[in-house]
Design a protein around this ligand. Structure first.
Ligand code: URA
Length: 425
């Protein structure tokens, strides 16, 4: 077998055989296939796609490239959530301890932000002392003691995906349904969760801009999970505007803690509870009541224990950016657009995100929203506050927001988007 014949087969619109897929994933993981050859194949897959059987084999080969975790010794059933990524998506933070408070175990292996979407680990690292890197034994210990753990995936889990994802990120081949579905599901299946709820984002701030593409991605991932014995369902959720009122690391942790304290923005609470219900039902605990666990403080109790168990101080002051800039409304009216992508890029440019994998992020940077689409606006009222330690970035952030915030005349009819658009599985 050789890489060139595999690349040619996909370049010419053919389907890859099981043997070709197994060989190329294994050879690439071992460093025998060069990055430029894998980039060419990724582009051929991006352009010509893969059928469901090819995607299934590609996923299985990526799982087989590394170790599989095993939670069968835990006394609780495991369930997990994965979001395809968005702006202001801090849902994992309240969700994991909430589901643990309802009786399931949540092994949440999370990632860092890249580009305009935030990453769960970057958010949690704004809590003084908190550690993302845990050994497998430490992770199992926190899971057994607290019921939820949020940490970085170890290097041994789907190493083929680690290499391939980094390559796709710099070769314009991220937005491909076969490559996204196999990337996400190989990690989740290797992680060993019993059930999985996928939050597939749709809209300007998501990989999938339209609902039909998101449906196709969701049903591909649900099929992969089910074939591997993982009960999998997907919610398609709105990402045309940011979730909640914050985009940025410490800003989002603060908002997540508000939700755990029984408050917080309505859309964040609604999505947290909807995903918790799906996770608990998939885990065989349909009678658990996540809304009550938020109201009675048990979810907050689990959050505090989870943060402490990973070295963090749940009572510590969170970092605040050195400089703020308030954007005021210039006219009266109704806010019709607060674009997720524009806000995500603004937060990124202010220092909340990174352009390269090893860039540092600013804990306090980001965008705070003072209004949501549908709100009545009075000229002069604050719409957004930009936060950064590097005030020379304000101009770039304002440029990103240009055209992303629209106020229409007050008599304009505004149709709000539901938070949950569809369910698959
Ligand atoms: N998240 C992943 O883990 N992989 C992708 O390809 C896209 C989002």
């Amino acid at each position: 077998m050789d890489a060139i014949s595999v690349i040619r087969a996909k370049r010419d619109g053919g389907r890859l055989t099981d043997a070709q897929i197994d060989w190329i994933i294994d050879a690439y993981t071992r460093g025998e296939v060069a990055h430029e050859q894998m980039s060419a194949l990724a582009m051929a897959i991006y352009l010509n796609g893969m059928d469901r059987a090819e995607i299934a084999r590609w996923t299985a080969a990526m799982i087989a490239s590394g170790e599989r975790m095993d939670f069968s010794s835990l006394p609780r059933v495991t369930t997990d959530k994965h979001s395809t990524g968005g702006v202001g998506d801090k849902i994992t933070l309240p969700l994991a301890p909430l589901v643990a408070a309802c009786g399931a175990a949540v092994p949440q292996l999370s990632g860092r932000g890249l580009g305009h979407t935030g990453g769960t680990l970057d958010k949690l690292e704004s809590i003084p002392g908190w550690r993302a890197a845990l050994s497998n034994d430490e992770m199992l210990g926190v899971l057994a003691d607290v019921g939820s753990v949020i940490c970085a995936a170890g290097d041994g889990l789907a190493p083929a995906d680690k290499k391939l994802y980094a390559l796709r990120d710099v070769t314009g081949t991220v937005e491909s349904i076969p490559l996204i579905a196999s990337s996400i599901m190989s990690k989740k299946i290797a992680e060993g969760t019993g059930s999985l709820v996928l939050d597939v984002k749709v809209g300007s701030g998501a990989f999938m801009k339209d609902i039909e593409a998101a449906r196709e991605l969701a049903s591909t991932m649900v099929g992969l999970g089910t074939d591997h014995g993982v009960r999998t369902v997907a919610l398609l959720t709105d990402m045309s505007t940011p979730l909640g009122l914050t985009a940025g690391n410490a800003l989002e942790v603060r908002e997540a803690v508000e939700v755990l304290a029984g408050g917080g923005p309505a859309d964040v609470v609604e999505l947290t509870v909807a995903l918790a219900r799906e996770m608990l039902t998939a885990a065989g605990l349909p009678d658990a009541d996540p809304a009550r666990a938020l109201a009675d403080g048990s979810a907050m109790d689990h959050w505090r224990r989870m943060i402490l168990a990973q070295g963090g101080d749940p009572d510590a002051e969170l970092p605040v950016a050195r400089e703020q800039h308030v954007v005021n409304a210039s006219v009266d009216g109704v806010l019709t657009t607060l674009d997720a992508y524009a806000v995500g890029v603004a937060a990124w440019r202010l220092g909340a995100g990174r352009a390269r994998r090893d860039d540092p992020v600013q804990a306090g940077a980001g965008v705070e929203l003072h209004a949501k689409p549908g709100d009545r606006i009075t000229a002069g009222q604050p719409l957004l506050t930009l936060h950064t330690d590097t005030p020379e970035k304000f101009g770039y952030a304002l440029e990103a927001l240009n055209g992303g915030v629209l106020i229409a005349p007050a008599d304009t009819r505004f149709e709000p988007q539901p938070v949950v658009l569809d369910r698959i599985g």
